[in-house]
Design a protein around this ligand. Structure first.
Ligand code: AMP
Ligand code: MG
Length: 282
């Protein structure tokens, strides 16, 4: 039986433009009419497509192509960013992946501009870069907790847009993904971290304190979407209560981004016939 497919392109179904996150159904599956089983079946197939496209990107990078793709993952604790890294990025060849996670800045990082550590982690040509949190923390957690005065974080939206323009001009395709779970789903996931010894390592007592700031985070996320979703680096909003859906959605967004690059296999830099003859004679 044919697999259930997306009813519209994922980029279209998930676009942030005009979206109010306070009204988002975090348990929704926009653009995909199937259930979990159908989603997982399609994901198995699409993961192979992603892997093959990523191999082309990598092959072109090895041949000197400077283009790359950078997946930027943002979302509250337990929204499933780590699961995307394991299950979506995990389906491609690790040698072609540049992964970076951004936590509380170290003492050294604090001495620099907030984009300093970001620039250092940018993917090279041919790589699929993944940022688990990013420069956007500097207008999210920083804004919510007044880690710097408003006069300092306010200009960052424009500065980030200019920074991303620069990346795009240099050959990067940005795939920006904001993942949202409901407050109730987060409680369930935090509880699971406390119930399972194999999940204690993910738990941070301060995650519970952060829940009190939920409305402030919603506001900061909304401002981020409103002010930094540009025509060259759009935000996508992923309802993430269903992990299977979030994984399927991000896989699809990456596939669509890679298809846009129209990647062919790089041509041989040698005479194939001549090399066949030499091999036969060897
Ligand atoms: P986790 O992703 O669970 O490892 O947590 C990383 C933590 O680092 C989160 O609580 C983030 O809010 C925090 N973090 C990331 N970037 C920054 C930043 N620029 N300033 C302050 N906290 C940050
Ligand atoms: Mg955490």
């Amino acid at each position: 039986m044919a697999k259930i497919q997306w009813s519209i392109a994922a980029t279209e179904a998930l676009k942030a433009d005009g979206l109010r996150i306070a009204e988002l159904d975090t348990a929704g599956t926009p653009g995909f009419p199937g259930d979990k089983k159908a989603g997982q079946e399609l994901l198995a197939e699409r993961a192979e497509v992603l892997s093959s496209l990523q191999e082309r990107l990598y092959a072109n990078g090895r041949s000197g192509d400077s283009r790359n793709v950078l997946l930027v993952l943002q979302g509250m604790d337990t929204s499933g960013k780590g699961g995307i890294v394991r299950h979506v990025i995990g389906s491609v060849d690790p040698q072609g992946v540049d992964h970076a996670a951004f936590g509380v800045p170290t003492a050294q990082e604090k001495r620099h501009h907030y984009l300093w550590r970001i620039r250092k982690a940018l993917p090279r040509g041919g790589q699929l870069g993944v940022f688990d949190r990013s420069h956007y923390e500097d207008v999210l957690v920083v804004r919510v907790h007044n880690l710097v005065p408003e006069a300092e974080w306010e200009p960052r939206y424009d500065e980030i847009n200019a920074f991303e323009r620069e990346l795009v001009d240099a050959g990067t395709t940005l795939v920006k993904v904001a993942m949202f779970v409901s407050l109730g789903e987060q409680k369930k996931r935090l509880r699971e971290r406390l119930d399972r010894p194999d999940k204690y390592w993910k738990f941070n007592p301060s995650d519970i304190d952060e829940r009190a700031y939920w409305p402030a985070y919603q506001e900061a996320y909304q401002a981020m979407l409103d002010r930094t979703s540009t025509d060259y680096a759009r935000w996508h909003v992923i309802p993430a209560d269903h992990k299977w859906y979030a994984r399927l959605a991000v896989t699809e967004l990456l596939i669509e981004a890679l298809i846009q690059l129209k990647l062919d296999w790089p041509p041989a830099k040698f005479d194939v016939e001549e090399q066949k003859r030499r091999l036969a004679e060897s």
